[in-house]
Unconditional design. Structure first.
Length: 96
């Protein structure tokens, strides 16, 4: 994928939600919730401050992040659906 985000934007590939409930019931596609977790596949250089200097990003490529449910813009590239969002929309990093 040749996509380079600008400023403090990120390209995130959403991780698939649960297909089965804890009781063993399989969920149809229409009943699944919109994913709120994904892997950062590209990151911009960071925002600029008042003096024009770059502010380093807190996330980097390969990080797993949690983001707000209806944030960002969904884009389909080469049969892959990705989400472009601002760093401010990231709620947390998932640590292993």
């Amino acid at each position: 994928m040749n996509l380079k985000p600008l400023g403090d934007r990120l390209v995130v590939q959403p991780l698939e939600g649960e297909e089965q409930t804890s009781t063993g019931i399989y969920l149809p596609e229409t009943a699944k919730e919109k994913p709120q977790q994904g892997e950062v596949v590209a990151a911009g250089p960071g925002a600029r401050d008042e003096d024009g200097k770059r502010i380093a990003m807190d996330v980097s490529v390969g990080d797993i992040v949690l983001y707000a449910k209806y944030s960002g813009t969904n884009i389909k590239l080469d049969a892959t659906e990705v989400l472009i969002l601002k760093e401010a929309d990231v709620l947390a990093l998932v640590e292993n």
